[in-house]
Design a binder for this molecule. Structure first.
Ligand code: DUC
Ligand code: ZN
Ligand code: ZN
Length: 462
């Protein structure tokens, strides 16, 4: 099967040029000058005149079908990956969680069971280690050989996901030896639990107190500690979901000293704020995620970090919970609201409309932070993350002017609200290809669940 995407403008992280992209089965095989006589014929022609041809989005941070906060995130691998494809994301990396007393093997087997036969796009796994002990340190080696080359640790959520500094340090040393990458949820959870208890004792139970009881200094301290431990271990580190200027300062300082320190932010920290958490009644619960949304004035610094490459990636931390039956567990106490927001489908729209169109970033930088950089950091490049001969044909034909309304009525995530209800964005995919197959065409899913493949990722190579 040969497909050609003709007459479009190819946009990668570094180039913008007119080119026809030729695909054979699941791979890109050639890029030719528009109209050049190539001698090749195609079974399928996609006309991309007036459109951009970009690598499919890579979301390196999702939580599908994850037990958390007394419930389970509402998208599974079927609904979550179909929604992702609609929004132009063709690869995701989800987190397999070690249960207390369980092994990493069990975690990964459980996650393979959740994804197989369901995922509509390609996927990899990180593992969340909740108990770093001689057994799990040993197991990390086996997982790296299976292509699970990154591990998330939590400084937050004492008694649930939290690991102490000794455990973090040992895991970092082991990751260094294996070529693995530690991803850190960097907030001082021990101190935050005290602040939460004190807020509740004062009767501060509304959703906005979720943010007011998690000050940015707790994230800055955690970020500094993660960077220091990684430096002592001689290991690279990746700070997940960075939300706060003072945490960003720590990353800047480490990178300026040449350390292999990386960090992502998420659209919610660029487009939502404490004002949303403070909405009337219980509406703020829609915006409860961790780290929390910050005062609106802090967004400018996060944009600056993205522009200057102090932040390298935008992923989503997609972790949806319905208002009815899930978020409402916390009507009496913000501490019982399941933490997480939906985002896997809206990331590319928001980063184009609110990032590129708003003048914060160029189209090339859009490709870099949503696709190329996560592919490189997480061992998927150049199979994923670019448009080049030999790469997987994960491609977006992107209409930069197409209007789309973000609403629970138009989006496909299995959740009963949208944080962006009614927002009109410009820029949307007309065709989404995953390994050469058109999976979404003009807003309609054109493929089937279960076609996505597990991705064996390489060790850390930057
Ligand atoms: N933050 C969230 O908002 N949800 C899942 C886990 C996390 O760290
Ligand atoms: Zn986290
Ligand atoms: Zn997360």
């Amino acid at each position: 099967m040969r497909t050609v995407i003709k007459n479009g403008t190819v946009v990668t992280a570094i180039d913008t040029y007119a080119g026809d992209v030729w695909i054979e089965n699941d791979k890109i095989v050639a890029i030719t000058a528009p109209g050049a006589s190539t001698g090749m014929t195609a079974d399928k022609v996609i006309d991309a005149a007036g459109k951009l041809v970009m690598p499919g989005g890579i979301d390196a941070h999702t939580h599908l079908d994850m037990p958390f906060g007394g419930t389970t995130s509402s998208d599974d691998f079927e609904t979550g990956t179909i929604a992702a494809a609609h929004g132009g994301t063709t690869t995701l990396v989800d987190f397999a969680i070690q249960t207390k007393g369980g092994s990493l093997r069990q975690a990964v087997d459980t996650w393979h069971g959740k994804a197989e036969g369901k995922s509509a796009i390609d996927y990899g796994f990180h593992t969340i280690i909740t108990d770093v002990n001689p057994g799990t340190l040993e197991e990390m080696g086996g997982l790296v050989k299976e292509g699970i080359t990154s591990f998330k640790l939590f400084m937050a959520y004492p008694g649930v996901l939290y690991v102490d500094d000794g455990q973090i340090f040992r895991a970092m040393q082991r990751a260094r030896d294996l070529g693995g990458l530690i991803c850190m949820h960097a907030e001082n959870g021990i101190a935050l639990d005290v602040l939460i208890e004190q807020a509740l004792a004062r009767g501060e139970t509304a959703p906005k107190y979720h943010s007011l009881s998690r000050p940015q200094i707790a994230e800055a301290e955690g970020t500094h500690r993660a960077l220091a431990l990684a430096e002592m271990a001689g290991a690279p580190v990746y700070i997940v979901h960075l939300s706060a200027p003072r945490a960003l300062e720590k990353v800047v300082e480490a990178r300026d000293r040449g350390l292999p320190a990386f960090a992502e932010t998420c659209p919610q920290y660029l487009f939502c704020s404490l004002d949303d958490l403070a909405r009337e009644g219980f509406e703020g619960a829609k915006y409860v995620c961790t780290p929390p949304l910050r005062p609106r004035e802090m967004q400018a610094d996060i944009w600056r970090g993205l522009k200057t490459n102090d932040l390298q990636v935008v992923s989503t931390d997609h972790c949806p919970f319905c208002m009815k039956g899930q978020k409402d567990l916390g009507r009496e106490s913000f501490a019982k609201i399941p933490n997480g927001m939906p985002g896997v489908e809206t990331r590319m729209y928001l980063m184009w409309d609110g990032g590129v169109r708003a003048g914060h970033i160029s189209p090339n930088r859009f490709v870099e932070i949503t696709s190329t950089a996560p592919a490189k950091i997480f061992g998927m490049f150049p199979q994923k993350g670019t448009i080049a001969p030999g790469s997987d044909a994960d491609i977006l034909v992107w209409d930069p002017d197409k209007e789309h309304v973000l609403s629970v009525e138009t989006l496909h995530m299995r959740v009963d609200y949208s944080p962006f209800e009614g927002r009109v964005v410009r820029g949307a995919p007309t065709h989404v290809l995953s390994r050469g197959e058109v999976v979404v065409e003009q807003g309609k899913f054109a493929s089937k669940k279960g076609r996505g493949k597990f991705l064996r990722r390489s060790t850390f190579g930057l």
